[in-house]
Structure formats: C-alpha cells, structure tokens
Design a protein around this ligand. Structure first.
Ligand code: UDP
Length: 413
C-alpha cells in the first residue's frame, strides 16, 4: 500500500461543495471535489479549508469518505475584497487555518491551493510550516484582462499571482496553453510548471438513451442544442442568443441553457438579451442543476455549444463527449484536443454570432447517431488516471523538499 499523504487543500474563494453553475461556482469546484474524493478513496488524508457559508458546519466529514474533512473558516465574501482589505484578509485567513491546525494537532506533507487567493494564503502557510506548496490558478487575471471583457481584474490580483508563481514549489497547469500564458505573461519558470489535464467522473458522465434523458429532464421531444455554464460574459452566451436569432426561419429546435440562478445581475442581463434578440420562446432556461444530474442534459441534447472567449480547460466539452454528444466550440482551453476525438464536432475560430449560427444550422441538418466518446474520454481524462499523475508530482516535490531540508540541516551542524 502507498504511504498515506496528509494534504491540506485550500479553496478559500468558494466552497467546493456548493452547487455549481452560480456566479462563483463552476469547474474549479467540481475539480476540487473529484480530486479530494479520488485521493480519499486511495487512503490519503485530505483537509479542505474553505470559506464559511450559510448552513455550513464548521468542520464536517465529506459524505462517503472518512478521509476527507471540510473545514469552513470565517472568510470575507470574495466580492468584498479590495486592495486595502486584502492584506488583513490574507493574515486573518492564514491565522485561522494555523490556529485550527495547532488546536487539532494537524500536520501536513503538502499544501495544494486553488485560485490566486488560496495561493497567497498557501504561500504564507508554506513559510510557517516549512512544507511544499503546489498551486493551481484555474484562471489567470492577466489573461482575462487581455480579453477586455466584463469587469477588469484588479492589479493586486495580478501582482499576487506573480508572488504566488515565484513562491510555489510547483504550478499545475491544466493545458499547455495555460503553461504558455504563465511563461509569457508572468515570466514563470517553465521548469516549475507541470501540465496535468482536468478529469472526468466516468460514473456520472456516460451515454444513455436520448429520449429517456429528455423525459427525465422534462424536455420536449425536439432537436436540442445545449449550453452549460456560469452566466459570465466570458462564456459568451449573448453571442449564442444572437446566433439563434439569425436562425429565425427554423422553428424545429430549442436551446436549453443550464447554469445560472435567477438572483444575479448576470441572469437579468441574459434574460434581457433573449428578449432583445426575440428568442425567449426558443430558449429554455433551466437554472443550475446538481452535478450528478448533468449527464441527463448532455444526453438529452443533440449537440452542445461552447461559445466561450476563455476557458482555462473546458470541462463541459469533456462531459458532453463522454455522454456521446458532439460539440460546437470556440478554440479555447483544451477544447480543440477534446473535440478532435469525435469527428462530428466543430471548432470555430472567429467566435462571431454569424459563424456560430452557420455551424448550428449545419449541425441541425446533420443530426446523426451518437458517437461514443466514452471509452476514449475515460482513458485520457478519467479521474483515476489524472490523480495518478498528480500523486507522482506530490511525491516528487515532497522528496525534493526533504532532500533540501536535509542539506540545510547538514550545513547548519
Ligand atoms: N455545472 C453543474 N451544474 C450547473 C452548471 C454547471 O454541475 O448547473 C458543472 C458542469 O458540469 C462543469 C462545471 O460546472 O463540470 C463547469 O465547468 P467549466 O469548465 O465551464 O468551468 P468554469 O469556467 O465555470 O470554472
């Protein structure tokens, strides 16, 4: 049996077990859940430090695993963080985690942080505990700003990303593209970056009968295009609605939108856009769906559209193809490689509503038998395979750190 690792996972931006599809909960939450569950299943001990939220117990065992604890600590609402308050928040979060660990006699082999805010706290804890820190950014502020869409990411985020990049023992990037962005925009050291893709849970994402899936989702039996994601401007749902409006002469299909909730400004903006483009009657807004039920929507659809301007990876592409549903997508994240596995997929390069509508029109005229991408997806991206690689990196970094500490001790003595 493998040595048991004690790992502190930091997810201070959002609770990984919150329902995905709202403003701050998406692929990163799914990533952390799956990573922890696969590590826990192998007998490693995982404590996930995350922000407290309504109805959350302070510390709780994650259902189905005695090896994973979720520790909710008092942390600021992410949207309230400002340049002025950041230093206090970071010290507060670092102190809360350190005191909890002292009180409960917790010791770790490694810290694995997710997103820049956790990266900053991870860097501080690394210094206090003298253990290695591996980080993943999931999205990068400088890349988002370069697109110039939505609200600009503040300078302090980008400066702190730089600090985390220099202070971490290893950065895991989910694509080669992300690795290049880290090198080109942040001057990261290429030897400190390893590329490991995101994974898919084969027990959830699998093909089932399309009509049965439609029935289970309560959807009409009609040709169906699907959009899945947070209602963030980077996801370009507005472009998709405009593309649908270019297909006025067709009344043989519906667009199903999964994700988003009806409280936010983003939801209101999308509803307004649907009215402006006069497509409300063709769009079925489902809202956010529990992750375990997502396979039903992918199976109910004839194809899935990913019009995004930016994806750090593109989990939706992976999930869709594992269910046998082809995609029309922009060339973002890992999506081109994923789409390459199934011939019926279409990658568009221009990301204009016109180009999208042309591809949707063609796809609607060519709805064929489902392609089974399941086996290939599991072979390349199954969580078990992804976690094998992550553990190899954990062990390599832990060993390197131990050697370094030993050398340091021998110099001192
Ligand atoms: N998702 C979900 N329920 C929803 C909307 C999305 O479970 O209502 C999941 C979806 O299945 C995928 C993730 O959220 O696993 C979104 O992944 P994406 O790569 O789009 O990540 P993001 O850009 O949101 O971080």
């Amino acid at each position: 049996m493998e040595d048991r690792l004690n790992i502190a996972i930091l997810s201070l931006h959002t609770c990984p077990f919150d329902r995905p599809g709202s403003r701050y909960t998406g692929g990163m939450n799914i990533y952390i859940q799956n990573l922890a569950q696969e590590l826990g299943r192998r007998g490693h001990s995982i404590d996930i430090y995350t922000c407290s939220h309504v109805d959350a117990d302070f510390c709780t065992l994650v259902d189905g695993s005695e090896n994973i604890r979720l520790v909710h600590i008092q942390s600021p609402d992410y949207s309230s963080i400002s340049e002025k308050s950041l230093g206090d928040h970071v010290s507060g979060l670092t102190d809360s985690i350190a005191s909890y660990c002292l009180e409960h006699n917790k010791h770790y082999d490694l810290i694995h942080s997710h997103y820049w805010l956790s990266g900053v706290v991870g860097s501080k804890l690394k210094q206090r505990w003298c253990i290695p820190h591996i980080t993943m950014f999931h999205t990068l502020g400088a890349v988002k700003n370069n697109l110039g869409l939505g609200m600009l990411e503040p300078d302090y985020r980008i400066l702190n990303e730089e600090v985390v990049i220099r202070a971490s023992d290893l950065i895991i990037a989910s694509t080669q593209r992300e690795k290049h962005e880290l090198i080109n925009r942040y001057a990261a050291d290429p030897t400190a970056i390893e590329v490991v893709p995101c994974g898919i849970n084969p027990a959830i994402f699998r093909p089932i009968d399309k009509q049965q899936a439609r029935q289970m989702c309560g959807l009409p039996t009609k040709k169906t295009a699907l959009f899945v994601g947070r209602l963030d401007p980077l996801k370009a749902l507005g472009n998709l609605l405009e593309a649908i409006s270019c297909l006025k002469s067709r009344d043989d299909f519906q667009l199903v939108v999964v994700g988003g909730n009806d409280h936010g400004v983003d939801f209101k903006a999308i509803m307004d856009a649907a009215c402006d483009y006069d497509v409300s009657h063709r769009v079925n807004f489902i809202g956010s769906v529990p992750h375990e039920r997502m396979y039903l929507y992918y199976n109910a659809a004839d194809f899935c559209v990913i019009p995004s301007y930016y994806e750090s990876f593109g989990l939706v592409a992976l999930e869709s193809l594992a269910c046998g549903t082809p995609i029309i997508a922009t060339d973002v994240g890992e999506v081109r490689d994923i789409a390459g596995i199934c011939q019926s997929c279409k990658i568009i390069t221009g990301n204009t509503p016109l180009e999208l509508s042309t591809s949707i029109n063609a796809m609607l005229d060519n709805i064929g038998n489902r392609k089974n991408g399941y086996n290939k997806m599991v072979e390349l991206y199954g969580w078990s395979h992804v976690v094998d690689r992550i553990i190899q990196h954990y062990r390599a970094i832990i060993d390197r750190n131990a050697e370094y500490t030993q050398q340091l001790c021998s110099y001192k003595s």
